[in-house]
Ligand binder design. Structure first.
Ligand code: ZN
Length: 268
């Protein structure tokens, strides 16, 4: 057992406004008591804890603030190695850096190694819950879930669904994507803290057939999440509307295929 000592800040509920001081707890000299497995057993004033758990080792973080784990609502697991690549516009950046790098995830060893590096990076930055895109390869998400399970992390993830407007190495036919997604949902959704998100990458890389597959997967797996991208930049929005000329705006494309609900995350 151990006690972490420091300033503790934690939200109890969503604040109503900036003056809602009852929405959080703050302890100037706080303590977090852990059992030997690293599970938090109590959070309170440090001196109360140190009396209650006498002869327990204290790790003193001084005036540093101790927060609960952060939640990262959007990231791309297979893009770890292209972080900070030169900032060209979205569609050029995808073709130049992202798609070539994502194509490497066809290899199991690569998926295994990268999932560990990715989750190490999240953990080192205080992130304990993440909503993540995989590559088009189902194994990218399988390895990510395996590693998350080992760490008891909460991960919502899905392999991206893409069947046009990208190199062949990162495309998959809609019917094949349906079958592989169904298999992973059956194997991983709600296993420990792993949850599946149906993940059409964005409208540009989705044919109407693929959007229909996403719709079917949602209808058949109502407890799964949905994640995709919306309106990242002007060129992307223009291209999207050219591909779906019958739709009045970008969001209405996702609405048409019934992908919008309170379990949908629209990134960027
Ligand atoms: Zn994104």
């Amino acid at each position: 057992m151990k006690i972490f000592k420091g300033r503790i800040f934690s939200f109890l509920r969503k604040p109503a406004d900036i003056n809602d001081t009852g929405s959080y707890t703050y302890l100037e000299k706080g303590g977090v008591a852990f059992d030997d497995k690293g599970i938090i057993i109590e959070v309170d004033d440090y001196y109360k804890l140190s009396k209650k758990y006498e002869n327990t080792e204290t790790i003193d973080f001084g005036s540093k603030i101790i927060f609960p784990g952060f939640i990262d609502l959007h990231n791309h697991f297979p893009q770890t190695q292209v972080i900070a690549s030169y900032g060209t516009k979205l569609l050029e950046w995808l073709n130049k850096y992202t798609f070539p790098n994502e194509s490497l995830f066809v290899d199991d060893e690569h998926c295994d190694r990268e999932s560990k590096i990715f989750l190490d990076l999240l953990n080192h930055n205080g992130i304990t819950t993440s909503v993540s895109f995989g590559s088009v390869h189902p194994n990218s998400v399988e390895y990510l879930f395996q590693e998350a399970l080992r760490r008891n992390m909460c991960i919502i993830a899905g392999n991206v669904l893409m069947d046009r407007n990208a190199p062949d190495t990162v495309l998959k036919r809609a019917d094949k994507s349906y079958l592989s997604s169904k298999k992973i949902i059956g194997k991983w959704h709600n296993v420990s803290r792993c949850k599946y998100a149906i993940t059409p990458r964005f409208a540009i890389t989705s044919t109407p057939e693929l959007m229909e597959v996403s719709q079917t997967l949602c209808a058949e797996n109502k407890s799964c999440y949905v994640q995709t991208h919306l309106s990242e930049n002007i060129d992307e929005i223009e291209t999207t509307l050219e591909l779906f000329p019958d739709q009045k705006d970008y969001l209405s494309i996702y609405d048409k295929y019934k992908l919008l609900s309170n379990k949908t995350l629209l990134a960027h």
